[in-house]
Design a protein around this ligand. Structure first.
Ligand code: UGA
Length: 315
């Protein structure tokens, strides 16, 4: 296949691109290389992909890029570009979220409906659920985001569904649950915790640390996305949870990290963050039924991979 991966220089985008290239596909990667975190990290991700002649990288912003050109000859779109992060979507920051997550997605959907694309995979988020009434949460549960970020991810998901309903665009929205693993964004919990443990600083824990997450290993997320691109019988507009299949508290994660790094770590309590839900957890029955997918990597194993990666960066 020929794939367009938006956000190809980012955490999940670079892994998705790499997996596609390893499978022999052609990949056109697009990324604006924004400075939400150090663009050098993104450039390093692109560098890895440039080992393949079948990888073509374009630095561009979806808000003003020539999208028809980017979609030319493309069979499958993996739309992973976004302004991520739950906790920084308040105040003036919201404009960036609205533009990068809603406006850019609408532009891309408009261009995609006029193209030959046979599947449009959108990276949605567990944050669309907000404080759910039931855990694990299934796809038919009410969506009531708890953060401005979640609102933008849900709005874009609705756009995907309505382009499917009106135009038959074969979209599928995958609700990723807190993705982790090598190349994870530096603002996320695991990255910050591991960095603190390896450098001997206190681990910043928001609130009492009893919040629960359904962490999902990045290679599992990639496998779900590839399955969503390939399966034949998927009704346009499908919405599917992609969750790790286990739950752990932030305090539990700190304890586990201690055993992985083999030395005691200490924590520093920080104020609870607005927008942070107390729990996430997703059912995975639908993913199994529609995509033939189940997560393979449990948190202890995945955490060890991420620790090894962060250790290698320290030299
Ligand atoms: C993550 C991503 O950042 C979002 O982009 C994504 O959309 C979302 O997952 C998702 O599931 O859809 P979050 O769950 O907040 O959001 O991910 P982490 O940054 O890994 O935080 C996990 C937990 O650790 C949160 O409860 C947070 O309060 C806590 N945390 C985080 C800390 O205690 N200290 C920190 O320094 C960072």
């Amino acid at each position: 296949m020929k794939a367009l991966v938006t956000g190809a220089a980012g955490f999940v985008g670079s892994h998705t691109s790499e997996a596609l290239l390893r499978l022999g596909h052609e990949v056109r990667g697009v990324d604006a290389l924004t400075d939400y975190y150090d663009p050098m990290l993104k450039k390093a991700n692109v560098q890895v992909l440039q080992d393949w002649a079948r990888f073509d990288f374009r630095q561009a912003d979806l808000l003003d890029a020539d999208l028809a050109g980017l979609l030319d000859g493309v069979d499958v779109v993996f739309h992973l570009a976004a302004q991520p992060g739950v906790r920084s979507s308040w105040q003036n920051g919201f404009g960036v979220y609205a533009e990068a997550n809603v406006m850019a997605t609408q532009r891309l959907l408009e261009a995609a409906r006029l193209s030959e694309v046979r599947r449009f995979v959108y990276a949605s988020s567990s944050s669309v659920y907000g404080r759910a009434a039931r855990y694990p949460t299934s796809e038919d549960a009410p969506t009531r985001p708890f953060s401005p970020y979640g609102v933008t991810k849900l709005a874009a998901e609705h756009l995907c569904t309505l382009y499917a309903d009106n135009w038959g665009l074969p979209t599928v929205s995958l609700r990723y649950f807190t993705v982790y693993g090598p190349r994870q964004r530096p603002d996320m919990a695991m990255n910050r915790f591991i960095a603190a443990a390896l450098e001997g600083h206190a681990i910043p824990v928001y609130g009492d640390g009893e919040q629960v997450r359904d962490f999902t290993f990045v290679q599992d997320v990639v496998a779900a996305s590839l399955a969503a691109a390939e399966v034949a019988d998927l009704a346009p507009g499908a919405v599917v949870n992609v969750a790790g299949g286990g739950s752990i508290t932030v305090n539990g994660l700190v304890e586990l990290l201690q055993t992985v790094v083999g030395r005691p770590v200490h924590t520093a309590e920080q104020p609870r963050q607005p927008g942070d839900v107390l729990q996430t957890g997703g059912t995975i029955d639908l993913a199994e039924r529609l995509l033939g997918w189940r997560p393979q990597v449990a948190v202890p194993e995945g955490l060890a991979h991420q620790v090894a990666w962060q250790q290698s960066l320290l030299g």
